[in-house]
Design a protein around this ligand. Sequence first.
Ligand SMILES: NC(=O)c1ccc[n+]([C@@H]2O[C@H](COP(=O)([O-])OP(=O)(O)OC[C@H]3O[C@@H](n4cnc5c(N)ncnc54)[C@H](OP(=O)(O)O)[C@@H]3O)[C@@H](O)[C@H]2O)c1
Length: 344
Amino acid sequence: MAFKVAVAGATGNVGREMLAILEERGFPVSEVVALASRRSLGTEVSFGDRTLKVKALDTYDFSDTDICLMSAGGSVSKEWSPKIGAQGCVVIDNSSAWRYDADVPLIVPEVNPGAIDGFRKRNIIANPNCSTAQMLVALKPLHDRARIRRVVVSTYQSVSGAGKEGMDELFTQSRAVFVADPIEPKKFTKRIAFNVIPHIDVFMEDGSTKEEWKMVAETKKMLDPKIKVTATCVRVPVFIGHSEAVNLEFEQPITAEEARAILADAPGCLVVDRPENGGYATPIECAGEDATFISRIREDGTVENGLNLWIVSDNLRKGAALNAVQIAELLVARGLIAPRARAA
Ligand SMILES: NC(=O)c1ccc[n+]([C@@H]2O[C@H](COP(=O)([O-])OP(=O)(O)OC[C@H]3O[C@@H](n4cnc5c(N)ncnc54)[C@H](OP(=O)(O)O)[C@@H]3O)[C@@H](O)[C@H]2O)c1
């Protein structure tokens, strides 16, 4: 059984990673099609040792494609995902366009695989925000054991979370600092080189940012609507890998030692936690890896049943492309999708 898979946004940071991960994990494909905007028509991207010529999304016929991994931004997804879904192709979308729609499952396979069942209502499945995905991989097994009551999270998010332009801006500005060229922020609101910016996505009425709101809403949708979450999301001058300092309050007692043992056995988690120089994970080691790394596990005596964690993961992989491919694998493993008949 093999599937025709389209990757929409194939020239982007996440799209390229999707192509790499489909190949690495041996996802059963009969054909892979690379799609992007008309600007990229005819450019080439790699799929294993093959080269794919990029086609334009807006002229592509999805009627015999089984799965579309969509990573072309929110407005493109808003317009195209319903049209693609209506043609019988299942869309796994990376943007925030559909995450909060009651008829669209929002899935992290290690967290809420059972929620995928309702996907046929729209033929769209949403991939969460990168910061939420990695946090919930670590929180789910702890919640199962001791019920999390409240989460206080501060993020340290890499510039690749803002796409190719974000990475280019950090590179260009860093160079400009050394050669004393003028620096003009474009993608980010302030200089990102040798700086940190406490602002990701737009501001909401209550003074929080949309990125912070996403962490709250998505945690409630995927893990438990009763959990209280407060987030501060910060952009840092790191190319790949988001880090998070997380403070948790549980309903039941749980020690750091128990948490370490639970996380060491949990799917998708890798505990790197030695209280010594270098005995913790940083983004540099996590880039290119699939796991969510958990370090600095320690009790917080200032609240009842409190724990602190440091969570790091590759935002382009678990935060986006890997999670999307795992959702496709989940569809196949549960027998929820079969290859469509194709004209000879
Ligand atoms: N980066 C992350 O950590 C992360 C995590 C979770 C979710 N996401 C989401 O994933 C999506 C892509 O992010 P990214 O980091 O890969 O961005 P990116 O590097 O800027 O790439 C954007 C991709 O979208 C394509 N695109 C733009 N406009 C299009 C249009 N009108 N029609 C078809 N294709 C179009 C671009 O094609 P051209 O090259 O032709 O312009 C490119 O392939 C976004 O929705 C983002 O929010 C990203």
